[in-house]
Design a protein. Structure first.
Lengths: 253, 294
């Protein structure tokens, strides 16, 4: 652990109407590590993840209390510009969401929005991040085809390349392998493990074995409450809270 | 026994399902038979492209009516499509839920108003507006009963249809796809323009075509404001005489004039074929768009 905390969540509570989905969550996310948030379905994992890049803003009837501090800045402060916050994070969703455009355009979309216009720079950026995502060799001859022709596994890697192309600091993954076959899942997991050299990675999953494989730091959410968190090896080896123990042994799921 | 029932049910339902298609064929065939009386004596090109409409002299040039129909419809769509799409974008992407949920029933109500109501409203409001405000602005003289008045009334009638369908198209775009664009740091407008509109392009086209089909055949409201002068219109402020109005105004009258009945049937046939043509065209465009965007 190098001591940096790019994201610091402080006393975060989220309500959908009268329903409280997150209860006073505080968590420091370590830099250049894979932090895995585990917990049963409906325990608030996705909400927690989406609160990190303010994707909850547009949800009807949502109320957010507390702070998320990114690089020393409270992202929920009224003067904070939401697009700048989001640019700092790449998101991988449960099912790959390719944009209705070509493979090339999918990756170029983000950089273009942020003002990169020169063809050469765009070409270079697209190639570079397709390579980082491990997709370049498979698509280099058909960059103009619609992204929807790719297999689901390829689409997810395309989404990864797209997210990386805006040059974020953090990668968020919302059960990013849940729609993929085992081989594609493994491929994505391997990418994430490589990427933590340069990025801070936060992944939500309900697959315990996946958490064991990739997690450096582990956080266990249960019914909206952050029950336990710590270095993954410690939590797996010796969970302190009985609920964590019950979850890890499969008594609750 | 149960299997027999199953087979019977399948046959019966298949037959019922085939009925609408059969009906279209029957209508076209019927109109064709009825218009044969005039098609036999007059060359088709003369009927379609002559602007001489003198039933008493036996001259039945349909060109004024065809152009009238096209002018009114195109005017209506030029006005209605952009406005409807912008309204739908606002309601779907920007408006808070209570506005959206409040607007939907109003939109549907507008779609359900009888067209004669729109006609009356057009006569009271739109016709004087065109005659006294727009025409002087454009530096021409017009009674107000004009292509433009017909187009405006028709546009207002087609909005609800286009808005309704477009809203449904937007609703079918998954939120996760919007999130994907937003999470790259795109603004809501960028997301709407590059993702939602593109994803919904074919649906929006379909919505417009639906509006088109309705606009072409719309009779009552247009008839009341368009002036009904059988001449090829030369400007938006001229009166026109669309095909449906021609048929509605004259069918059943003046049956003493030979071939009049058949000429009107030809008009109906032409109208039906125009609508069919545009439907087929739209379908082909849809297929192409589908292949391109997906």
């Amino acid at each position: 652990m190098n001591g940096q905390t790019p994201i610091s969540i402080r006393n975060l509570s989220v309500f959908y109407g009268d329903l409280q989905v997150l209860k006073d969550v505080s968590l420091d996310i370590p830099a250049n590590r894979i932090t895995v948030i585990i917990g049963p379905s409906g325990c608030g994992k996705t909400t927690l993840l989406k609160s990190l890049n303010r994707l909850l803003d547009d949800t009807e009837g949502v109320r957010i209390r507390g702070q998320v501090v990114l690089d020393g800045e409270d992202i929920y402060a009224p003067r904070t510009e939401v697009t700048r916050i989001r640019k700092k994070m790449g998101l991988l969703s449960q099912r790959p969401q390719v944009l209705p455009m070509s493979i090339y355009e999918n990756v170029a979309y983000g950089p273009r929005i942020h003002g990169l216009r020169a063809r050469r720079d765009l070409d270079r950026r697209v190639e570079h991040y397709l390579q980082v995502a491990g997709l370049w060799d498979e698509v280099k001859d058909r960059l103009r085809e619609p992204a929807s022709v790719l297999s689901v596994g390829q689409q997810q890697r395309l989404c990864l390349a797209r997210g990386l192309a805006v040059e974020p600091e953090i990668i968020l993954g919302d059960e990013p392998t849940s729609a993929l076959d085992p081989q594609s899942s493994q491929n994505v997991e391997r990418r994430l493990a490589e990427l933590k050299r340069d990025y801070t990675v936060v992944v939500v999953t309900h697959i315990l074995r996946q958490a064991r494989r990739v997690a450096d730091y582990l956080a266990f959410l249960y019914l909206g409450e952050l029950v336990e968190h710590g270095p993954a090896a410690d939590v797996f080896a010796a969970p302190r809270d009985p609920r964590t123990r019950a979850y890890l042994t499969g008594e609750i799921s | 026994m149960r299997l027999l029932k199953d087979a019977l049910a399948r046959r019966a339902m298949g037959l019922v399902a085939a009925l609408p298609a059969l009906l279209v064929l029957l209508i076209v065939a019927g109109l064709f038979l009825k218009s044969k009386a005039i098609l036999a004596v007059e060359p088709l090109s003369k009927l379609l492209f002559s602007s001489a409409w003198h039933p008493l002299k036996g001259e039945f040039g349909l060109l004024p009516f065809i152009t009238g129909t096209v002018w009114v419809t195109v005017t209506a769509l030029v006005l209605a499509v952009p406005v409807s799409i912008l309204a739908a974008i606002y309601l779907s992407e920007y408006a808070p839920r209570w506005v959206r949920e409040g607007a939907k029933p109003v939109v549907d109500l507008l779609a359900g108003l009888p067209s004669v109501v729109y006609g009356v409203w057009g006569v009271i409001l739109v016709v004087p507006f065109v005659g006294n405000v727009l025409a002087p602005l454009a530096g021409v003289h017009s009674s107000g009963y004009s292509i433009l008045a017909g187009g405006i009334v028709l546009a207002i009638m087609t909005f609800p249809t286009i808005i309704h369908v477009t809203l449904e198209v937007f609703a079918s775009v998954p939120q996760a796809l919007r999130d994907a664009s937003l999470s790259l740091g795109a603004t809501r407008w960028e997301t709407t323009r590059h993702v939602v509109l593109r994803k919904g392009a074919q649906g929006i086209l379909a919505a417009s075509v639906l509006g088109f089909s309705r606009a072409f055949g719309e009779t009552m409201a247009v008839l009341m404001v368009v002036g009904n002068v059988p001449a090829v219109p030369r400007s938006l402020f001229d009166a026109g005489y669309p095909l449906p109005a021609l048929i509605a105004n004259n069918y059943g009258e003046m049956m003493s004039v030979p071939s009049y009945d058949a000429a009107l049937m030809t008009a109906a046939l032409v109208l039906t074929l125009i609508v069919l043509f545009f439907n087929v065209l739209a379908r082909r465009i849809l297929v192409r768009v589908e292949r391109r965007v997906r």
